[in-house]
Design a protein. Structure first.
Length: 158
């Protein structure tokens, strides 16, 4: 069954788009129209396999129980989604740019999933008991401003 081509005309010029290529829509976790549009326009990174391997290692059964930092971010068996920006800030992931191509590469992972366009987590929560205590992660931006009356609104950064 052939999909129709759409003809978009504007000021004498014509643009035709074949709607039959929907093979890029692979994520099942986020079915919003905006997410689908984003998935169509994103190209996979040339080093997609290396990106998936490294990110999957961070969330793996081998690493997660003994990695206090990742354990603190994910909550262990709670499987809390982690910001893609935070994962891309890890030493081994910094070389992979741009984020849109990294995101497209990670969408092909069978181990990780996107909860929205900016957060990833394991598809199956961690079932192994942690070996270390989770690191307490304090987000400075979410801290209330200090009780210092001599600071006015313009001086306090949130």
């Amino acid at each position: 069954m052939a999909m129709p081509e759409h003809d978009f005309s504007e000021g004498g010029s014509t643009f035709q788009h074949d709607m039959s290529d929907t093979s890029v829509l692979t994520s099942k976790s986020d079915d919003s129209p905006l997410s689908k549009l984003t998935q169509v326009t994103e190209k996979e990174h040339p080093e997609g396999a290396a990106i998936r391997k490294q990110a999957e290692f961070y969330f793996s059964d081998e690493n997660l129980p003994s990695d206090a930092h990742m354990l603190g971010l994910t909550g262990g068996s709670q499987n809390i989604p982690v910001s893609l920006s935070r994962v891309l800030g890890f030493h081994e992931m910094r070389r992979f740019k741009p984020m849109t191509q990294v995101r497209a590469s990670l969408r092909k992972s069978t181990f990780l999933e996107f909860t929205d366009n900016k957060h990833i987590r394991r598809r199956v929560p961690l079932a192994i008991e942690p070996v270390v205590e989770p690191e307490v992660i304090v987000d400075v931006k979410k801290q209330p401003p200090p009780n210092q009356p001599w600071l006015n609104k313009g001086m306090v950064r949130l």
